[in-house]
Design a protein around this ligand. Structure first.
Ligand code: NI
Length: 252
């Protein structure tokens, strides 16, 4: 089975003790690519450094909405320079988070729009974080020309048609495996096969049966297996389609 984890945070401190072993397990588990996602300027730098060390790891650069207040002209300039590195395949993760509201909402919207502008300028797709902010996120993306993924999709079946109309991809992660997640499994069954990505968002969102432990890229197969059951398909087919989709979106 050929797998691509389209959203990982292997640069985070949770992996400091055994990062190489985690990456080796990912390779043995059939991972042919891992997209390691930046969350602020420092982690974007760390993502690029990590991607330089492994031929199957790619990086994204961007500032998460939690840290939107750190997005100054200087930080944007640094992201722009970093994004020219050949391992960088997208701008992200960027977006809006009205659940935790760690940066004021107008500041989040400004940082989001500025980083979308950066992606346009660089001709890169985007990795979007949207939590309790789907109306604003979708409205902003509908007015933007470009492609990307709504990572760890949580906007439900209701908004799926709208997302498909502007051509984005839907990223499904560990929560699709949780016992009570019938809504997410309905989404997994409904997304057109050529618009679907799988991801771990590790170290977070660990799928069943490892829930409660640290997540890692090798566990993306549990997401694939659940998605396959939701679609009455073979896991192999879902793995191969989601890998093709990730390659197409990120140009890997
Ligand atoms: Ni993430």
């Amino acid at each position: 089975m050929q797998l691509i984890d389209s959203h990982a945070h292997l640069d985070f401190g949770q992996f400091d003790g055994d990062r190489e072993a985690v990456i080796a397990r990912a390779r043995r588990a059939g991972l042919v690519a891992i997209v390691n996602v930046g969350a602020d300027l420092a982690s974007s730098r760390a993502a690029v450094a990590l991607a330089e060390g492994y031929d199957f790891i790619y990086a994204t650069v961007g500032v998460h909405p939690h840290d939107a207040r750190t997005v100054t002209p200087d930080v944007l300039e640094n992201l722009r320079a970093l994004a020219r590195h050949p391992t960088v395949v997208a701008v992200g993760e960027i977006g809006l988070d009205y659940y935790r509201d760690l940066s004021p909402r107008p500041v989040q919207r400004r940082a989001f729009r500025e980083q979308l502008g950066l992606a346009s300028e660089l001709g890169l797709p985007v990795v979007i974080h949207s939590r309790d902010a789907h109306d604003d996120v979708l409205a902003i993306l509908e007015a933007w020309e470009g492609n990307g993924v709504l990572h760890s999709y949580s906007a439900g079946l209701d908004l799926l048609d709208r997302v498909m109309r502007f051509g984005f991809y839907v990223g499904l992660s560990g929560p699709v495996t949780f016992p009570k997640a019938d809504g997410l499994r309905a989404v997994a069954g409904a997304v057109p096969l050529d618009r679907l990505l799988v991801e771990t968002d590790c170290p977070y969102l660990t799928p069943t049966p490892h829930r409660g432990e640290r997540n890692e890229p090798a566990y993306v197969r549990y997401v694939v297996e659940t998605v396959a059951r939701s679609r009455w398909m073979e896991a192999e087919q879902v793995a191969s389609a989601t890998s093709d989709n990730a390659r197409r979106l990120f140009g890997i």
